[in-house]
Design a protein around this ligand. Structure first.
Ligand SMILES: N[C@@H](CCC(=O)N[C@@H](CS)C(=O)NCC(=O)O)C(=O)O
Length: 234
């Protein structure tokens, strides 16, 4: 049985199954990328709920795994060379799990880098911009009188959706007929923008055709449906 006691996070969130991947997360758009990927691959894992509303990511135990204080993070007891590996940043985790399993990332070099390019697009643009739109439209930023920040993130989010709309023309998934980690990285964010953030009208979501159809296809996948609810909310 692997010994995970060298990871201080396991003192606060003990591993019942230290031989399984330990997932520290919450079903937010960044968190569900990893739970969906784990569900899609069928890798055995043990989820731990991290209550960000109670600032649990800022505890010393959590910070020992992710000094950036954000979910999701994992420990794979069977990492490279059979040694345990701790990892944070959802994009890095998706790449790691794709390489570990040989799934959802094309083997052919050009297609592989094209997929990674779209994952970076999600990480660098879609996530941060949609997140800011959520802050200024739904959360504390709503109260701010100056509407320029809201307008900036609204316009940028709308533009990014347009990029996706064009990419998905004539394609079932971001990479065509193959469902990949690019889709896994993006599905939760688009769903959240029009769902939880209630920003569909702001970004004129109704004018799009390819993105809504892609989202519907993604949300119909049983692994996506399961992943969206893992770990259970506090
Ligand atoms: N770039 C990071 C972003 C992670 C992130 O922003 N996580 C949010 C939840 S979606 C979080 O943990 N927030 C807690 C906080 O900032 O206190 C990733 O993709 O893993």
């Amino acid at each position: 049985m692997p010994d995970l006691s060298t990871f201080p996070i396991t003192a606060r969130w003990p591993a019942q199954h230290p031989d399984r991947i330990q997932l520290y997360s919450l079903p937010t758009p960044n968190g569900v990328k990893v739970s969906i990927m784990l569900e899609e691959t069928g890798l055995p894992y043990e989820p731990h709920t991290i209550n960000i509303g109670q600032n649990e990511t800022w505890t010393p135990e959590f910070l020992s795994l992710n000094p950036n204080g954000k979910i999701p993070a994992i420990i794979d007891p069977d990492g490279p060379g059979g040694k345990p590996l701790g990892l944070f940043e959802s994009g890095a985790i998706l790449l790691y799990l794709a390489e570990k399993t040989g799934r959802f990332l094309p083997a052919e070099a050009a297609a592989r880098y094209e997929t990674i390019q779209w994952v970076f697009f999600q990480m660098a643009a879609v996530g941060p911009m949609f997140g800011q739109l959520g802050y200024f439209h739904k959360f504390a930023g709503r109260e701010i009188e100056d509407k320029r920040p809201l307008e900036r993130y609204r316009a940028e989010s709308k533009r990014l959706l347009g990029v996706l709309e064009t990419r998905l023309a004539g394609r079932e998934w971001i990479m065509g007929s193959d469902y990949t980690i690019a889709d896994i990285s993006l599905l939760g964010w688009v769903r959240n923008l029009i769902g939880f953030y209630g920003a569909g009208e702001l970004v004129d979501y109704a004018s799009l055709k390819n993105v809504p159809q892609w989202l519907e296809r993604g949300l119909a996948r049983p692994a996506v449906q399961r992943g969206l609810e893992i770990p259970p909310r506090p």
